[in-house]
Design a protein around this ligand. Structure first.
Ligand code: TXA
Ligand code: MG
Length: 320
């Protein structure tokens, strides 16, 4: 796999129907030309992802929403003005330039204008939409550095654009605007409160919501067993656990637990810092061979909702 910072080369790879991994402010994406079924098919093969699972189409800030969405309700325009570029994905009716393979055959499409300067430079140089899931193997923890991408996907990627560590650290917030009342499909890097200030209360995803792999109970999962508990339950969970046990919690919390019989993995005390460090922490703990990770759930406000969501999914039923 070639790796570097050459935007023009990356754009040429996309034009040739190849795969480019690139940084966004949330996590690294594995991108292909969103208007070409053959290019998009390579993403599913590289990730080992089921073909019916739709991808997010990334657009440059000056892209015309109407080219990529067939119907754009007024609320979508308002959200776009307020939150793009940024960690928000809107589900809308699929527009003419989106290849059917990119939506997994669905008549809706997820659209996002990322804020990362390297992602924007790539989208501008390429001139079209870039379909991109997170650049990890299906079901695994999302990559927040180029090293994570290289470790997960290696030679399956034609070019890896290295943009350093991602700033937000958890995936975008996904809001479905294709079915009338706005529905929160996935909490993420943009706080629910910020969105609700524009849309009004978001409904929770229910059984009629479109299936999304990021909403499977077991997803974003490391190899170690993850047990997500309230902070006050951490000492008890450690006492009950067997094997090599680690604790993932805000640094300040460890002061309350002197002599905890576990490997301490402190995270920043603020939820934004926690989100930024979370996936690298889970990967580090896996690499150090721990068997069990006891993770302290943050309060569900702001980015805490996304951090808690990912911890609970990491703690979901084990994959086979
Ligand atoms: O921050 C992010 O969103 C990152 C970066 C690369 O942009 N991307 C990302 O993609 O997390 P992925 O594929 O790992 O997760 C996208 C989620 C999936 O749960 C998928 O099912 C959902 O978005 N999704 C995409 N299009 C959809 C659609 N038309 N309807 C419902 N869900 C959709
Ligand atoms: Mg993903």
């Amino acid at each position: 796999m070639k790796r570097g910072t050459d935007i023009e080369h990356a754009a040429r790879v996309l034009r040739a129907g190849g795969l480019v991994a690139f940084p966004t402010e949330t996590v690294y994406g594995l991108g292909a030309d969103a208007s070409r079924d053959d290019a998009v098919a390579k993403i599913f093969a590289a990730k080992g992802r089921p073909r019916a699972h739709p991808l997010i189409v990334h657009l440059a800030p000056d892209a015309r929403l109407e080219d990529w969405a067939a119907e754009v309700p007024e609320v979508a325009h308002r959200l776009a003005r307020a939150a793009w570029p940024g960690p928000l994905t809107m589900i809308l009716a699929r527009g003419p330039r989106v290849a059917l393979a990119a939506t997994g055959g669905a008549e809706t499409v997820g659209l996002r204008v990322p804020a990362h300067p390297v992602a924007q430079a790539l989208l501008r140089a390429f001139g079209g939409g870039v379909a991109a899931p997170s650049a990890n193997r299906f079901g695994a923890v999302s990559p927040t550095t180029a090293e994570h991408v290289a470790a997960d996907l290696g030679d399956a990627v034609d070019y890896l654009l290295d943009g350093g560590a991602c700033d937000v650290g958890v995936e975008s917030t996904i809001v479905d605007l294709s079915r009338g009342q706005p529905v929160l499909l996935r909490p993420g890097g943009l706080a629910r409160e910020t969105i609700e200030a524009i849309t009004g209360p978001l409904r929770r995803a229910d059984a009629t919501a479109p299936a999304a792999p990021g909403t499977l109970a077991s997803h974003y999962a490391p190899r170690a067993e993850v047990i997500a508990v309230r902070p006050d339950e951490v000492p008890g969970a450690v006492a009950a656990a067997t094997g090599r046990v680690a604790v993932l919690a805000p640094a300040a919390a460890f002061a309350r637990w002197p002599a905890l019989p576990a490997i301490a993995h402190p995270l920043p005390d603020d939820v934004a810092g926690m989100a930024r460090a979370l996936y690298a922490a889970l990967r580090d703990l896996d690499a150090s061979g721990v068997d069990v990770v006891i993770a302290a759930l943050p309060p569900a406000a702001g980015l805490g909702e996304a951090v808690g969501d990912r911890l609970l999914r990491a703690a979901g039923p084990r994959r086979t």
